[in-house]
Ligand binder design. Sequence first.
Ligand code: GAR
Length: 218
Amino acid sequence: MTEKPTIAVLISGSGSNLQAIIDASERGEIPCRVGVVISNKADAYGLVRAQKHGITTKVLDHKAFATREEFDANLVEIIRGSGAELVCLAGFMRVLTPVFVHAFPNRILNIHPALLPSFPGTHGPRQALSYGVRFSGCTVHFLDEGVDTGPIIVQAVVPVYDDDTEDTLAARILVQEHRIYPMAIRLFFSGKLAIDGRRVKVPGEPRIPEFFHRNPDA
Ligand code: GAR
């Protein structure tokens, strides 16, 4: 039996997206396994989630490095050492420099809690609420040198209600994040993703961006 390829997942906090990826892997819904989980925060709950599944964890505290580039070079070394074929940023709250981005060209995915290019950076749900949009959602994209600017692979849409708070909107978005991150990983390993400038196409599967029609009362 051939070994499944491994992925590295980078986190800073709760790790619910990491959990969705681990669960998808264990259910055989994505053709890879999580080889290593790296956090820049020693108290990230995602580390506990990984350990419960016997996954190797590493903590790399960004405060221990004089520059972002030094931190990134160390991250690159750990990931190369793990043999991971794909890097998934899952709530990793550090901006990565070109040192990192160029080490894994077109092999780094990020998830963001907004419909990019709207509301990049931190606090996507808070930004969406204060702008007053009627729909928001989440985006999985390839990482490039900008902040949340790389080519988009999958997006999902959720409604924004008048009585939403940042927490209720973030929770509605998170449900969709847990669906589309494994979906994007599956597409990546299908080998069919074709990056054409800003556009990511999936020849043979041209209808990937499902629109989630949901009962507004649900
Ligand atoms: C998720 O909503 C993710 O999209 C967001 O952090 C949360 C992490 O949750 N990421 C960003 O805002 C990146 N700019 P999790 O730790 O439970 O997966």
